[in-house]
Design a protein around this ligand. Structure first.
Ligand code: BES
Ligand code: ZN
Length: 845
């Protein structure tokens, strides 16, 4: 079989009768699947992974079958082609992989319990039942579930239960859908339910380890999201219910199974009395994201995984569109600017990056294209550009038609561009394909050449890159009407600069609003024109300047030392996104100083000077009069002040810790992480370590747990850090789902870097075995590449990863991350002295 053959070519299922019996005590699954469909030839194949196939029957007669475990399938010889029903008896093990059908573990009132749930995207439905496990193979599903049930347990799935007979739960026939969206769960649950205006039942489900009130926030957001989308898409939600379920063990953040969306607890449950604004924003955007998929992804699905962006890029944009409509006071698009935009701009500047649309076949590779920076952030930016081009009215009209044309079916990228093109009368596809099909993005240089305002575009690289002369169709959004709307050439002359400057009366700017995926490099003359009045510019512009400076500096097109001198101009900014961009830049300076050296002391003094007036203004504790921006700015300023060893900040944090020592969960959630981290860093000892670990083991609130977990990584005693590393493989303390962030935390602490790196290399086989099948596995490599900055580490990185370069799904990550570290090492070597001199000089002023 060639790599590009899909099983759907041989057999097109129309219905599955699924019977699944899960025995939790023995950790076994036995199942019977009858799949009906059309066979185009007598030799067909069904996917299976880790299944033991006992028998295959057609028309009650056993038929020959042949298992190919490497290809994750088994071949079946049919008596004849055409409409046929195949019945498969099989069994499997219930394993702790967070893929397929798997148990989640939790404790309630000291009793250890489990909840069974599923995770099938991308290619794990085949671990639960045999079938054509490809997005194009849409069929209806009749699910029947049995398990070693005890009274009081709840069983849920995509559709409502229709009956229970002999302990078997039967669910209503689904609509036509893809295998990767099938889901079910059972165990001891609590729930809260409500209904939308249109009569869709909305529910939130969780274990009983959480207070009932922690389900309320999600219930409200879910209800209002469904109502929003029904209106925005002009297409009703097609199922009777929309359940949201929090699973104690969950690899991703959330999963859009149709009618039964699953979440990690941190992405759904919120303590209404003490949760930080950023956690609420996160939870709301995750819910809005998954519910956007109920149409985009579930009702209309990409034909194959190469068009994954149709799912993820779109949902990533819609999570902001919807959240902005539900909570306008949050100004969630500001968060987009500091969360998604830099992620896309950074990664997409590394040569070797994939395009948003990418050819894939191998299952491990399919997982690896769920790249937060590309298919999510860059892809959503591409759609934000498209939305700005066509406008909301045409967007909605086009989408409505797209749903009518493709519902219960599949689509390709072209279908979306066609629908938006039809609705707007623009050639959307021609413009968007330059962004969809090409990796990377351009830097637009604006300069005055012989008196003429001139623009050029060229691919932007951080680190070494091969210039292939790529050209993009760039929505310019210049503030001078004389500039083109879409910049399609390599170079354009806008006109006589003096005259244009006089006519317009303001400095020349491009990418106003920062909604197009490119950065701008102004010539010194144009830049100083902007910088003269920079404090009067709007917040988006300030953020953009800071972001673009950082990227240009990373690429060596601007000097970090020059940037150090302009940063103080932004110190009084009160917009959360500007403050975020400012302190991100300052955090970027840390790579130029040796930890705990005189140079770092100077950087701390510089940071302290920059942040002290704002810390005076905001303090550490929330105030009645806070704006939404104040709430976010406080956290960033306090963090900077603590790093800068501002005595008032240190004192306030210590005081707050001591006031809550008896019940740390009660620390105000916005600053909980800062206060706990500060305590660990400055007063960490065995006693505190044991106390936090103990609290961690017993806490149920996910955001509190996250704060405890991350604060533990801040110890500066290597002995304590080693104790923490020794807990990495203890699942009773550290759930595998939380290991990534813990590992990244220890690695980013310079006292722990060696310990974490040694642990990683020594436990590689264990990692591959336990979380290697996980869709987020590559992020371990990404984390390492974010930290390493010395030539010695670069060599160790290469030595360790080069032999692994052909591991499925890891190749691109290793190649790119090697470049990322290489670039950083060179940058530090090149600019270190200049940066440190400038910081020292700035401190003298
Ligand atoms: N479909 C994904 C979940 C997923 C990711 C399944 C990778 C299989 C492989 C889901 O819609 C998603 O995008 N989840 C995000 C959260 C979202 C709000 C960005 C996640 O899990 O990080
Ligand atoms: Zn998604």
């Amino acid at each position: 079989m060639t790599a590009s053959t899909h099983l759907y070519e041989y057999f097109q299922p129309t219905n599955y009768q699924l019977y699944i019996d899960v025995n939790r005590a023995n950790k076994t699954i036995t199942g019977k699947t009858t799949v009906t469909g059309n066979a185009t030839q007598t030799r067909i194949a069904l996917h299976q992974k880790y299944l033991t196939i006992d028998q295959v029957k057609v028309a009650d007669q056993p038929v020959n079958f042949e298992v190919d475990d490497d290809a994750e399938l088994f071949w079946i010889d049919l008596p004849e082609a055409g409409t046929t029903s195949v019945t498969v008896d099989y069994s499997a093990k219930l394993t702790d992989t967070m893929m397929g059908i798997y148990p989640s573990y939790y404790t309630v009132n000291g009793e250890k319990k489990q909840l069974i749930g599923t995770q099938f995207e991308t290619t794990s439905a085949r671990q639960a039942f045999p079938g054509v496990d490809e997005p194009e193979a849409k069929a209806t599903f009749d699910l029947a579930i049995k398990y070693d049930e005890v009274p009081g347990e709840t069983t849920i799935s995509n559709m409502p239960e229709v009956k229970v007979e002999d302990g078997v739960h039967y669910f209503d026939t689904t609509v036509k859908m893809s295998t990767y969206l099938v889901a079910f769960a059972f165990g001891d649950m609590q729930s809260k339910q409500t209904e939308t205006k249109s009569g869709v039942k909305i529910g939130v489900f969780a274990t009983k380890a959480h207070p009932a009130k922690s389900l309320d926030f999600a219930l409200d957001i879910a209800k209002r999201s469904i109502e929003f989308y029904e209106d925005f898409y002009q297409t009703p939600y097609p199922l009777p219910h929309s359940w949201q379920l929090a699973l104690p063990d969950f690899s991703a953040g959330a999963m859009e199974n149709w009618g039964l969306v699953t979440y990690r607890e941190a992405a759904l449950l919120v303590d209404p009395d003490n949760t930080s604004l950023d956690v609420k924003e996160y939870v709301a955007t995750v819910i809005a994201h998954e519910l956007a998929h109920q149409w985009f992804g579930d009702l209309v699905t990409m034909k194959w995984w190469d068009d994954l962006w149709l799912n993820e890029s779109f949902a990533n944009m819609m999570e902001y569109v919807a959240t902005d409509a539900l909570q306008p006071d949050w100004k969630i698009w500001d968060l987009y600017q500091v969360a998604e935009v830099p992620l896309a701009l950074q990664r997409d500047a590394t040569d070797g990056v994939q395009s948003v649309h990418v050819e894939v076949e191998d299952p491990a590779e399919i997982d690896s294209i769920f790249d937060g920076a590309i298919v999510y952030a860059k892809g959503s930016r591409m759609l934000v550009m498209a939305r700005a081009l066509v406008g909301d009215e045409a967007l909605r009209k086009g989408l409505r038609q797209y749903f009518i044309d493709h519902q219960y079916n599949n689509a390709r990228g072209k279908d979306l561009w066609d629908a938006l093109g039809q609705a707007s009368g623009l050639n959307v596809s021609e413009i968007m394909n330059t962004w969809l099909e090409q990796p990377g993005y351009p830097v637009v240089e604006a300069s005055v050449v012989a008196g003429q305002l001139t623009l050029t575009q060229q691919q932007f690289f951080v680190g070494e890159g091969k210039d292939l002369g790529r050209i993009w169709q760039i929505p310019l959004n210049a503030n001078y009407a004389a500039a083109p709307k879409i910049f399609k050439e390599q170079k354009v002359v806008v006109g006589d600069y003096e005259q244009l400057r006089a006519e317009n009366g303001v400095p020349f700017r491009v990418n106003v609003g920062n909604d197009s995926h490119f950065i701008v490099k102004y010539s010194p003359e144009l830049l100083s024109d902007i910088m003269e009045t920079v404090t009067e510019q709007d917040d988006r512009t300030k953020l953009q300047l800071l972001q673009d400076f950082r990227l240009l500096a990373e690429a060596g097109q601007m000097s970090y030392a020059d940037i150090v001198t302009v940063l103080p101009r932004f110190k009084a900014e009160e917009s959360a996104m500007v403050v975020d961009a400012l302190y991100t830049l300052i955090a970027n300076l840390r790579k130029f100083v040796v930890p705990e050296s005189a140079e770092e002391d100077a950087l701390k003094a510089y940071t302290k000077a920059l942040s002290s007036a704002q810390f005076e203004r905001l303090g550490l504790l929330p105030k009645e009069t806070d704006t939404v921006d104040d709430q976010s700015v406080r956290v960033k300023i306090a963090d900077a002040a603590l790093y800068g060893r501002n005595e008032k900040a240190l004192g306030a944090a210590k005081e707050l810790f001591e006031a809550h020592e008896a019940d740390l969960a009660k620390l105000p959630a916005d600053v909980r992480l800062l206060v706990l981290s500060n305590q660990m860093e400055n007063a960490g000892n065995q006693q505190l370590f044991d106390k936090l670990v103990n609290f961690y083991r017993n806490a149920a609130d996910a955001s509190y747990k996250a704060a405890l977990r991350m604060s533990l990584t801040k110890a500066n005693d290597e002995d304590l850090l080693q104790q923490l590393v020794d807990l990495f493989k203890d699942p009773d303390t550290i759930k595998p789902q939380d290991l990534r962030s813990l590992f990244a935390g220890v690695l980013s602490n310079h006292h722990g870097e060696q310990l974490a790196w040694d642990w990683f290399r020594n436990n590689w086989d264990w990692l591959v075995q336990t979380v290697g099948g996980d869709m987020s596995f590559t992020s371990y490599v990404t984390y390492i590449s974010r930290i390493f900055r010395t030539r010695a580490r670069l060599n160790e990185f290469k030595e360790f990863f080069e032999p692994k370069i052909n591991m499925p799904g890891l190749t691109r990550e290793i190649v790119m991350d090697t470049k990322v570290i290489e670039n950083r090492v060179q940058l530090v070597e090149r600019e270190k002295d200049a940066v440190n001199k400038t910081i020292a000089a700035a401190n003298q002023q």
